[in-house]
Design a protein around this ligand. Sequence first.
Ligand code: MTE
Length: 293
Amino acid sequence: MRRFGTLVAGAWVLSACGSTETDSTPAAPAEPGAVTSTTDELGDELTSFDAVTGYNNYYEFTTDKESVASLAKDFQTTPWTLTVGGMVAKPQTFALEDLMKQFPSEERIYRLRCVEGWSMVIPWLGFSLQKLLTTVEPTSEARYVRFETVSRPEEMPGQRDDYFRWPYVEGLRLDEAMNDLTLISTGLYGKQLLPQNGAPLRLVVPWKYGFKSIKSIVKIDLVDQPPQSLWMAAAPNEYGFYANVNPDVPHPRWSQSSERRIGELSRRPTLRFNGYAEQVAHLYDGMDLKENF
Ligand code: MTE
């Protein structure tokens, strides 16, 4: 992540004050749909729809967070298929519409904490990955899950830059993937995902840094070794396999003890496992989380 972390706070503050740093064409306006609550379970307010859909990390398009929406607006998300295979008894390719019928989406309000030090509260729509994995029946050798983003350099200008090893890949341990919090998201703010947020299908793992929440997924494989992610390949000493939100383990180039909630001016303390310790801390019993960062 030569570039990761250098674009953090400044750009948003500027645009929130009404000026823009870029001259890119704005994306077609989109409106939020209905949500069931205006806060998360800690009482923190939802981040505005405009911020959630206007300030994005999606390196396949650009590293400029405020230009992702306009550059991604024509990204083709239909037709779309998701192939689930590897160490499973019943490999399957799902058409998007069948997947959405088979696994109805529900609302999940989660905090998203980017490794760069900013965070949001997002009302996602989606279903537990566990339901999908159970359907394909992982074999007893399966230990990890590997996720892959679509490869479309003709539509995604960032994929023509060979600094990164495309396509974007991420991974989870099988028990992490089977935790009920782990979501395949199909929408947010009561509507289908927009391209900038990883349409039509993206992962959301709320207790891990945002880079684990891989966008526009086409392939999921059950495997027996920890998959190497795009970020691990780019900077192994900075981005580990686990990437659990942890205020006590600094990134080599900055502290992780506090964060800036988008829409707020002052920083707030970062919570262990992003506030989800009760649901997930047991997954790491006996592990040294400084070593397994
Ligand atoms: N997935 C892909 N394929 N490409 C990316 O660049 N960025 C990650 C993650 N998923 C990224 C990705 C990072 S760093 C973050 S913080 C989140 O997406 C941001 O999600 P959002 O733009 O929907 O808030």
